[in-house]
Structure formats: C-alpha cells, structure tokens
Design a protein around this ligand. Structure first.
Ligand SMILES: N=c1c2ncn([C@@H]3O[C@H](COP(=O)(O)OP(=O)(O)OP(=O)(O)O)[C@@H](O)[C@H]3O)c2ncn1[C@@H]1O[C@H](COP(=O)(O)O)[C@@H](O)[C@H]1O
Length: 127
C-alpha cells in the first residue's frame, strides 16, 4: 500500500511538474487539463480547491444522511471517495503551481507523527 501510494503520488507530481514546465515555456497542450488550469493562474486553481472542498462536504453530508440500519450506502461512499480524490488532485496541482510537491506535505505529516494535536496547540506561544 505504501509503495503504491508513493508511486501514484510520484507519477502525479512528475506529470504536474512537466505540465508546469511546458506552461512556463509557453506550450499548453490543448488536451491537458492540468496545463490549461495552470495557465489560467493561481485564482483559477484556488477556485477549484474551494469548489472541490465544498463538494467533499456535501458528499459527506449525503453519505451520513443515507445511513440505513447503521450501514453506509456504497453509492454515496463511492461519491465521497471521488470528491476527496478530486480535492487531493487539485491540491497537488496547487502545490505544483507553487514549486512544491506531495513530498513536502508528507514530510510535514511525518514530522507531526505521534505528536498530540492538543499538546502541540497548547505549546504554541500565546500572543
Ligand atoms: N487525477 C486527475 C484528475 N482528477 C480530476 N481531473 C479533472 O478535473 C476536472 C475538474 O473536475 P470537475 O469534476 O470539477 O469537473 P467540472 O466542474 O466539469 O470541471 P471544470 O469545468 O471546473 O474544469 C475534470 O476535467 C476532471 O477530468 C483530473 N485530471 C487529471 N488527473 C491526473 O492528472 C494527469 C494529467 O492530466 P492532464 O494534464 O489532463 O493530461 C492525468 O493523467 C491524471 O493522472
């Protein structure tokens, strides 16, 4: 699973970086969604992130509403997975636009591993 996850993220990071390089060189492949979105710029990507996040919220609410006898409905679960995939994907595009990759985020999550969120929050210097 971990290898598969790394491989999927590595391929996506590399594809996104290559789309970004081509946009910077002025070549936008008409069949590339990523290149077209990156060419539109930061605001277009950020708008997509907002939309996809909202769609995740709505799909989760739908899934919860359609629990019957304590069981989730597979159709709503699949919809939720699809919406989260859209959000992750657009987050990777956003990272690429800012010269970052999934590795940067995984590094940060690794740094936080085992750290209680409550303890971390309490350790923050109060202004
Ligand atoms: N994982 C994805 C991926 N997920 C979603 N999408 C696209 O994201 C777009 C937006 O999805 P929405 O559901 O929000 O659709 P929409 O509201 O109609 O879209 P918009 O009108 O807002 O663009 C759709 O065109 C999807 O096809 C993706 N496009 C590409 N990838 C990956 O990125 C790689 C590079 O893609 P290209 O640059 O298109 O070659 C691909 O090989 C895939 O691995």
């Amino acid at each position: 699973m971990s290898n598969q996850l790394n491989q999927i993220l590595e391929v996506l990071d590399a594809t996104i970086a290559s789309r970004r390089a081509s946009v910077q060189e002025g070549n936008v492949d008409a069949l590339s969604y990523v290149a077209k979105l990156m060419k539109k710029g930061d605001d277009a990507i950020l708008k997509k992130i907002g939309e996809e996040a909202t769609e995740v919220v709505m799909a989760a609410k739908d899934s919860r509403t359609n629990v019957i006898e304590g069981r989730f409905n597979s159709e709503y679960q699949a919809k939720l997975v699809g919406e989260v995939a859209d959000l992750w994907f657009h987050s990777l595009v956003l990272l690429g636009q800012f010269d970052l990759t999934s590795k940067d985020v995984l590094g940060e999550l690794g740094r936080r591993e085992g750290m209680s969120g409550i303890v971390e929050k309490e350790s923050r210097v109060k202004e």
